[in-house]
Ligand binder design. Structure first.
Ligand SMILES: Cc1cc2nc3c(=O)[nH]c(=O)nc-3n(C[C@H](O)[C@H](O)[C@H](O)COP(=O)(O)OP(=O)(O)OC[C@H]3O[C@@H](n4cnc5c(N)ncnc54)[C@H](O)[C@@H]3O)c2cc1C
Ligand SMILES: NC(=O)c1ccc[n+]([C@@H]2O[C@H](COP(=O)([O-])OP(=O)(O)OC[C@H]3O[C@@H](n4cnc5c(N)ncnc54)[C@H](OP(=O)(O)O)[C@@H]3O)[C@@H](O)[C@H]2O)c1
Length: 453
């Protein structure tokens, strides 16, 4: 029986689910026409993508999804090549000469831009970078400048709430989580008193979800500050409350907070709606934020009112979405930040499908949606891959050892599944004396050393 030698690039949930779905699909066929052998390439020495390096440390239940992903990796049917970056250590031509097909599942790690004056001033940061720092990503600096007392967070998605919560939460309340020691000490020294979150639309047009909103109100020693002027709902908002359960819950949560007594907490989290970003103020560093008040346009959108306001801040985080990165030799849509594709099969500039090249997850669909959504994504991509058997590549070196020899010939210090188990065990052992589930190892060299034994 022929074997489909499949390369998957990116060991986040999308890549791991794609491997799982393909293996299950073949296993359940009475007479499969091919067998499968999967190699998973990951630029980091650890798998799980944004589940490990995006999901907030104080969300242990979501972080727990790694247990299901780990079961897939441990199935014995997948090899991992960690610390191998596509485009630097391995190319599309290499994959073509060793595999029958490739699936790209490289996600999105960069911040989308926010094009307003002053956005590049010192003290203005992208949420993605801050998230990478507090989640112990090896490729960002270990120190984060947490010296501001007043901070702005731009955006009304779940990432904005994660960032606002991490900034406002007292560091001791994060101690039971897996945060690295440098993150704890950075947050513990933060002098922050006020975190202002700005959404350009109304409270009933937010992108964040009720569960994440509710969490803000449960923060110890943090007052929630809201403004009555933001709650003069238009017809579209009233309809949204009447027809959408999520919106109804958000309205209830915000209404409760508006009735709360405030004034006793040492930190405040301000939610500003109808606030469109205009300018980050400051000469040589951030000193303020200027926005234009908007009003409902009656159709769920907003329009500017011409009224401008300012707040003093010393740091600003833009959380206006993530953005994918191009991969060498692979088509890329610069506008959407995705690999252009039709139901997962990558297409070129003229819309022609590229044989053997597939995409899944955030790099296929764009940076929206939960971990679970990457599963349905992967199903569609795998369907296309299996149905496209006639177009698979015919590699010169399909034998499993050939790619190992290739990486070794390039002196690439790749890690494997055993290495990940070693690193995983080392992190759990680091956490044990402190009664914590794990403490992450952050420096890449150290991760590789431990993994390679
Ligand atoms: C801050 C944040 C918090 C989130 N919290 C939640 C949550 O609580 N609950 C929830 O359901 N969803 C959450 N999400 C959404 C969830 O993380 C995504 O839906 C999911 O991770 C997307 O999966 P992916 O595999 O497409 O991408 P990713 O998870 O980004 O995985 C992509 C992988 O590809 C690797 N890679 C990239 N480029 C290369 C290359 N050139 N060579 C080799 N490897 C490469 C990356 O290192 C990474 O491991 C959150 C997202 C963010 C940004
Ligand atoms: N706990 C969780 O479950 C969790 C945690 C984090 C992330 N996630 C998921 O990960 C995905 C990505 O989240 P995200 O927060 O990065 O993206 P998002 O949900 O798309 O939110 C982006 C926010 O940025 C705003 N925005 C965009 N451009 C702007 C501009 N020029 N000026 C002002 N505001 C602007 C958007 O406003 P408009 O709506 O007006 O465009 C929106 O409020 C989402 O699906 C999210 O649910 C989930």
């Amino acid at each position: 029986m022929p074997t489909l030698r499949l390369a998957i690039v990116g060991a986040g949930p999308a890549g791991i689910y794609a491997a799982d779905i393909l293996l299950k699909e073949i296993a359940q066929r009475e007479q499969p026409s091919f067998d499968v052998s999967i190699d998973l390439f990951e630029q980091l020495p650890a798998p799980y993508g944004l589940v490990r390096y995006g999901v907030a440390p104080d969300h242990p239940r979501i972080k727990g999804i790694v247990n299901a992903l780990r079961d897939v990796l441990d199935s014995g049917r997948i090899r991992i090549f960690g610390n191998v970056r596509f485009g630097r250590d391995i190319t599309l031509d290499d994959l073509k000469s060793h595999y029958n097909a490739v699936i790209f599942s490289t996600g999105a790690i960069r911040d989308a831009p926010l094009d307003i004056p002053g956005i590049d001033l010192p003290g203005s940061y992208g949420a993605a970078d801050f998230v990478s720092w507090f989640d112990g990503h090896p490729d960002v600096p270990r120190e984060w400048p947490l010296d501001a007392t007043e901070v702005a967070v731009i955006g009304n998605g779940n990432v904005a709430l994660d960032v606002a919560r991490m900034l406002a939460k007292h560091a001791e309340d994060l101690l039971p989580t897996e945060i690295p020691a440098n993150v704890y000490s950075g947050l513990a020294a933060s002098p922050v008193t006020d975190v202002h979150v700005f959404g350009r639309r109304g409270p009933m047009q937010v992108k964040f979800t009720p569960l994440e909103l509710r969490e803000l109100g449960e923060l110890r020693d943090v007052d929630m500050i809201l403004h009555d002027e933001d709650f003069d709902y238009d017809e579209a908002s009233k309809t949204a409350i009447a027809t959408n359960k999520q919106v109804l819950v958000i309205d209830k949560v915000l209404t409760q907070w508006r009735q709360r007594e405030v004034g006793s907490a040492s930190r405040r989290l301000h939610l500003h709606f109808h606030a469109k970003p205009v300018e980050v103020l400051g000469d040589d560093r951030v000193t303020g934020f200027r926005w234009e008040r908007t009003e409902p346009d009656g159709e769920g959108g907003v329009r500017g009112t011409g009224e401008f306001r300012e707040v003093p801040i010393q740091a600003l985080y833009r959380a206006v979405g993530y953005f994918g990165s191009p991969l060498d030799g692979v088509p890329f849509d610069d506008h959407r930040g995705v690999i252009p594709n039709r139901e997962g099969q990558v297409i070129d500039d003229s819309g022609e499908p590229l044989p053997g090249v597939y995409a899944t997850g955030w790099i296929k669909r764009g940076p929206v949606g939960l971990i679970g959504h990457t599963k349905s994504d992967a199903m569609e991509t795998i369907r296309g891959l299996v149905n496209g058997q006639a177009d698979w590549w015919s590699p010169e070196h399909p034998e499993e050892d050939a790619v190992v020899a290739l990486l070794e010939s390039r002196d690439i210090r790749f890690t494997n599944l055993e290495g990940w188990h070693r690193l995983d065990a080392a992190e759990i052992a680091l956490g044990e004396p402190e009664g914590r589930a794990r403490i992450k190892v952050v420096p890449r060299d150290e991760m590789v050393e431990i993994s390679r034994g």
